[in-house]
Structure formats: C-alpha cells, structure tokens
Design a protein around this ligand. Structure first.
Ligand code: EPU
Length: 346
C-alpha cells in the first residue's frame, strides 16, 4: 500500500516541545512497504526526507521543506538462547511501552531506562541513557535503509560507534539512514543495577526484595518528581549534554568552585552536570515569554504554551544560557536534541 502524502501539515502534535512548524509534505508509514513507497515518491519528486519518530528529541526551529515521514511501524519478535533473549523491536514501538512489555515477559535489562520518552528508532541515534544504563549496554544490532540508495544495511554494535549521547547516526551517517528495527540482548535472570547515586539513595527507604520491576517503578517515580511530563508541560528532556572537560581544567575550576560535582570518565576526562552549571548561574525557573527553564531541573527547557513559544525563542534562551555558563565557567554547553528547520546549527 502507498501511504497518503499530504501537504502543509502542522507538526505541533508530533513534537514533544509542541513547537509550531509545518511540513511541506507529510506521510505516516505503518510498515516497511509503505516506507519504501514514500522513499520512492520523494525520489521521483526530488524531495528532501526527514524521518520523524516520537518527536521527543527535536527542536523545530522553522518549517520543514520536503517530505517528513512519520515512522509508525510496530512489532516485537524474539529468540531465546540460554539465559539470554534477543528482542527485535520495530522502529515505531514506543520506548517505555517496550520496557513494560519486556518486564511482563520476564526479560530484564531495560528497567533503568523506564519512562524515557520517544520511540525505538530514535534510541540508537543518541544512545539514550539514564540511571547508570545506556542503550549501548543492551544493543546487538539494527537494520536501516540507506535513503540515497534504498539499500538495507545491518549495523552491529561496533559499527554504530556509540558514545555518551552520541553515535554514527549523529555524525558521519547523519541524515543518511532511516532505522527500521533495533535488536537488544536482554536477560531472563533478574539482576538489578542500582549503582547510580540518585537510584541508590531512593532505595534507602525501600524494604523487601529488589526486582527489576521495582527498579522500573522507582525510576518512574524519580523521573516524575524531577522531569516535567511533556503532555502537560511540553519539553524535550535534557536540552544540553553534560560537558566533558579535561582533568587539568577541572583542577583549575575546583580551586574557584570547590563544590562543583564531577564524575571521572576514561582518558583523563571528567563529566560535569550541565544542570548544576545552569543552576549556579541562577537560570532555574527563568521564564522568557512563553519559554523557560524548568523549575525542578535546570537541564530541561520548557514551552509554557500560554503564548505559544517558538523554536526561535527557545534557541535564543538556550544561547543566553550557553553564554552565561561560558562567562562563568569557561565551559561550552552542547545542545542535546537535534535542531531542524533552522538557519543556525549549534
Ligand atoms: N543538579 C543541579 N540542579 C538541577 C538538577 C540537577 O545542580 O536543577 C545536579 C544534581 O545535584 C546532580 C547532578 O546535577 O549532582 C546530576 O543530576 P541528575 O542525576 O538529575 O542527572 P542529569 O545529569 O541532570 C542525566 C541525563 C538524563 C537522565 C539522568 C539520570 C544527560 C544530558 N541527562 O541528567 O537524561 O535521565 O542523568 O540518569 O545526560 C535526557 O537525556 O533527556 C535525560 C533526561
């Protein structure tokens, strides 16, 4: 079946920041055949393609020319081997629903990543992570279609070049592939990872056996306390990456800011929480028109919607924050979500 291709479609319902922007052409595909038809249509009409998943990690700075393809494919399959189970999820599967489904099946490993917004197809692009686990820890492979040629390509873990909130698909392969499905390796043995400090301290008041289901519930609880629900307060999660600085830069900074939290990383680098840097500059809770900084988590920028914030306003606020952090700490913050339809790339 060919998908219906529409013109001038509002993308406001398709992005978790609820930013106003239009797609020149738009279609939603519910299987791979529809996706290939959409790619063929774009080729014939020489349209640029923008794939769209859950819309929870993008900033629409303006209208999008060409064809926006909403990936709405579904399906989960698996095969077990000993205590492991390899599970393949179609790109359109909602991430959190996938976490719940696997827990119901007795397949463990995704629990720390509960309640992360967005769909499966986007997860490898930025190597989603939270509470001590990242996608790369569970990842086996993905299948993708190369936009230019229509060829199917399989990427194993090494080929994806995963790093902190980063992968091949944010770098050299940017905009070249559409991810079709993702295979993860889960375990049928209930082991929990509670190494992350916030999780460990939340567990201090917990009694009874600690199961992956319990960890999932706890992570949901922590996230609900700290992070605004995009359905109520539109947002895209962390707006900036936590910066990595050299250990020598850290030594200098600690002399001036001895209380600066820091997390040692490999190769003489240290990760500094961007939320702390932004918070110290006094931006938490700041409002600029309809957009602002969340009052409980300085790393999250929100669209208050009352006057209908735009991508441009949000990027201006982001720039103000980056400049403030740079002036105070000489650390450059990098944007975490991707900007589309903008003249200026960060
Ligand atoms: N902090 C502040 N002010 C704040 C919030 C936090 O000073 O307003 C300090 C905290 O005291 C803590 C540190 O910042 O020392 C770290 O805070 P937190 O544990 O909340 O995590 P984060 O670094 O802000 C990262 C991820 C989140 C993920 C959490 C939990 C990035 C960019 N963000 O946030 O991911 O959920 O850890 O693992 O790595 C996302 O990517 O959208 C996201 C929400």
């Amino acid at each position: 079946m060919s998908p219906t291709i529409e013109q001038h479609i509002s993308l406001q319902p398709f992005n978790s920041l609820a930013l106003p922007a239009y797609a020149e052409y738009f279609c939603s595909v519910s299987d791979e055949q529809e996706l290939f038809s959409a790619l063929e249509y774009a080729k014939q009409h020489q349209l640029k393609i923008t794939p769209l998943g859950g819309g929870s990690n993008l900033i629409l700075a303006g209208d999008l020319s060409g064809l926006v393809i909403h990936i709405n494919t579904h399906g989960i399959s698996h095969h077990s081997q000993g205590n492991s189970v390899e599970v393949t999820f179609a790109a359109g599967e909602n991430w959190h629903q996938a976490v719940l489904t696997t827990l119901e099946q007795g397949w463990f490993g995704m629990e720390n990543l509960s309640l992360i917004p967005g769909n499966m197809g986007a997860a490898p692009i930025q190597n989603i992570g939270a509470y001590g686990v990242e996608l790369a820890d569970l990842f086996v492979s993905l299948r993708a279609v190369e936009i230019a040629t229509g060829k199917l390509v399989k990427f194993n873990k090494a080929a994806c070049e995963f790093a902190y909130r980063d992968s091949l698909f944010k770098n050299v392969a940017r905009d070249q592939f559409i991810i079709l499905d993702v295979t993860l390796c889960l375990s049928t043995v209930a082991e929990v990872n509670i190494s992350y400090p916030a999780l460990k301290s939340a567990l201090e008041s917990h009694s009874g056996t600690l199961t992956p289901e319990k960890v999932s519930q706890l992570v949901c609880q922590i996230r609900r306390q700290k992070l605004p629900d995009p359905a109520i307060t539109p947002n895209a999660g962390s707006f900036f990456k936590n910066p990595l600085i050299s250990n020598s830069a850290l030594t200098g900074l600690l002399e001036v800011f001895p209380q600066m939290p820091n997390f040692p990383q490999p190769d003489n680098f240290t990760k500094i929480p961007a939320a702390w840097l932004i918070d110290q500059c006094g931006y938490k809770g700041l409002t600029r028109g309809s957009v602002g900084v969340h009052k409980h988590q300085a790393l999250v920028l929100v669209n208050h919607l009352d006057g209908g914030g735009t991508g441009e306003q949000l990027l201006e606020l982001a720039e103000e924050i980056r400049e403030g952090v740079w002036q105070r700490f000489a650390i450059r913050l990098e944007l975490e979500p991707r900007v589309y339809g903008s003249i200026k790339e960060f």
